[in-house]
Ligand binder design. Structure first.
Ligand code: TMP
Ligand code: ASP
Length: 235
């Protein structure tokens, strides 16, 4: 597989073309941003952990019936993935109130939710990724009603599988964000699942083991990422 020119550089990853038109290479960076890029920093070793963790988690999901873009890990930071057209939605699931949900609805962080929430944000930096509902998504042509239904059913299954996975590591899955992409096979899970994109709390102490340590200047950012990696590899 030959790595060709860079197609796109995001905040945390670069995407390259390859000599196979159906495959891309993603390359994970240590760069960290928050608040739509307003806060910038580096989390040393993050790219390696996020690459390896995403692949481990995607493999687990794959084995449990979720189709993902993962093809093959190429190196510590690089992975071969299926080429998809990303549906420009941040698909968020919440099990416990935190973050923007707590702020928006005045529900204290840590409150158990009576049912998992599925919500969407429109992936658009210029607009600050606004929250968007199903009929708005349909109305402006981001996705069809059938696609929204398929994504919603899939992400609920992903949530159940991930909750189980992390509980086996003594970690509570508070919430997470994923993205889906269209390809020849239909709509498949893409992007990443890592401490950048999940809220992960220690089950006993509720200590934060995710990017909130960076967002909120809590310190111990690298240690938290390493701890999650240690737990999921000894699960
Ligand atoms: P929020 O509470 O800030 O809306 O975040 C919900 C979840 O989505 C949380 O696990 C962090 C993740 N997330 C991302 O992966 N990327 C983002 O740009 C944002 C805002 C949140
Ligand atoms: N995606 C956010 C940013 O653009 C980061 C985050 O809060 O996860 O900076």
């Amino acid at each position: 597989m030959k790595k060709l020119e860079m197609l796109y550089e995001g905040k945390a990853k670069k995407v390259y073309k390859t000599d196979n038109e159906d495959l891309y290479i993603v390359d994970y960076k240590d760069d960290a941003t928050a608040f739509n890029g307003a806060k910038k920093g580096t989390i040393s070793g993050k790219g390696v952990i996020n690459n390896k963790m995403t692949n481990l988690v995607f493999k687990y999901l794959n084995e449990n019936g979720i189709n993902t873009h993962l093809v093959e890990e190429l190196s510590e930071r690089e992975t071969l993935v299926k080429k998809v057209e990303i549906v420009p939605l941040e698909v968020i699931v919440r099990n416990i109130a935190a973050g923007s949900f707590s702020a928006k609805y005045g529900v204290p962080e840590g409150t158990e939710l009576k049912n998992p929430i599925v919500e969407f944000s429109y992936k658009n930096d210029a607009l600050n990724d606004p929250m968007i509902n199903n009929s708005q998504i349909e109305a402006i042509g981001i996705a069809t009603a059938e696609e929204i239904e398929e994504i919603t059913e899939s992400v609920k299954k992903v949530n159940e599988l991930l909750q189980k996975f992390f509980l086996e590591c003594n970690i509570i899955l508070v919430d997470f964000k994923v993205e889906y992409g269209r390809c020849k096979e239909g709509i498949i899970l893409a992007d990443e699942i890592s401490p950048d994109t999940c809220r992960l709390w220690d089950k006993d102490t509720r200590e934060k083991l995710d990017k909130d340590r960076f967002r909120r200047d809590l310190g111990g950012v690298e240690d938290a990422y390493n701890e999650v990696w240690r737990r999921i590899t000894s699960r």
